[in-house]
Design a protein around this ligand. Structure first.
Ligand SMILES: N[C@@H](CCC(=O)N[C@@H](CS)C(=O)NCC(=O)O)C(=O)O
Length: 207
C-alpha cells in the first residue's frame, strides 16, 4: 500500500480546511494543485479520483476521501490528536463538523463566491444575495458564539473542527460578533494559517 498522503488541492476554502488539518497534525503530505479556473477538476483523470469533480480529495491509507469534512473526520480518527477522545466533547465536535457541512458551508459560500470568485472573473458582487445569506447565518453565528463562550476556539482547546470553519471566516461580516472575531484572530495567529496562506481580502492567491 502506498503510504504517501496526497491532497488534491486549490487555494479555495474547502481544500484549505484539509490542508490546515494536515499542517496542524504535522503530517507529511504531497500537494497536487487542481486549478479550478483551468477546469482541471473535470478531467477524466481527476474524475477517477473525485467522482463529483470537486476539490479537495485526500488520498490516504489506500483510499480516497472526496469531501473536506470526511477527510477531517478520518484524520481525527486516524491520529487521535486534536480531537476529543470521546464523551460529550466528541459529540460536540462531530455535531459542529456536520453543521459546517449541512448548513454553514452553503451560506458562507455565497460570500466567498461573491467576494472572491466574482471579482476574479471581473463581475460585481450580488449584495442582495449576500444580505439574504447573512440573515440566515445569524442563528449559526449565535450557536457558534455559544460554543466559543469566553474562549478562543469551538471546544476548550484548538481542535480539527476549527479547521472546518477557518477558511470562510475572512469573507464573512463578523464585526457584530466578538466571539467570532476573537476566534478568527486566534486561528489567523496559528502557524498553520500562514503555512497554508489562507486567503484574506487583498491577497493575491497565486502569488
Ligand atoms: N462539500 C464538499 C464541497 C466541495 C466543493 O464544492 N469544492 C469547490 C471548491 S471550494 C469546488 O470544487 N468547486 C468546483 C465545482 O463545483 O465545479 C466538500 O466539503 O469537500
Amino acid at each position: 500500500m502506498n503510504d504517501t498522503i496526497r491532497l488534491h488541492w486549490f487555494w479555495s476554502t474547502n481544500p484549505q480546511k484539509v490542508r490546515l488539518a494536515l499542517e496542524e497534525l504535522q503530517l507529511p503530505y504531497e500537494l497536487n494543485k487542481i486549478d479550478l479556473y483551468k477546469r482541471e477538476h473535470k478531467t477524466a483523470e481527476y474524475l477517477a479520483i473525485h467522482p463529483r469533480g470537486r476539490v479537495p480529495a485526500l488520498e490516504i491509507d489506500g483510499g480516497v476521501l472526496w469531501d473536506s469534512n470526511a477527510a477531517i473526520a478520518h484524520l481525527a480518527q486516524r491520529e487521535g490528536r486534536l480531537w476529543p477522545p470521546g464523551g460529550a466533547d466528541r459529540c460536540r465536535a462531530l455535531s459542529l463538523l456536520f453543521l459546517e457541512s449541512s448548513a454553514f458551508q452553503d451560506l458562507a459560500g455565497v460570500f466567498y463566491f461573491n467576494r472572491v470568485v466574482m471579482k476574479q472573473i471581473g463581475k460585481e458582487p450580488d449584495e442582495t444575495r449576500m444580505s439574504k445569506a447573512h440573515a440566515k447565518l445569524l442563528p449559526l453565528f449565535e450557536l457558534l458564539s455559544q460554543h466559543i463562550g469566553d474562549g478562543d476556539y469551538l471546544l476548550d482547546d484548538f481542535s480539527l473542527v476549527d479547521c472546518a470553519f477557518a477558511p470562510w471566516l475572512p469573507w464573512l461580516d463578523l464585526d457584530e460578533h466578538p466571539a467570532l472575531t476573537r476566534w478568527r484572530d486566534a486561528l489567523r495567529g496559528r502557524d498553520s494559517w500562514s503555512a497554508c496562506r489562507v486567503l484574506e481580502p487583498g491577497m493575491d492567491p497565486d502569488a
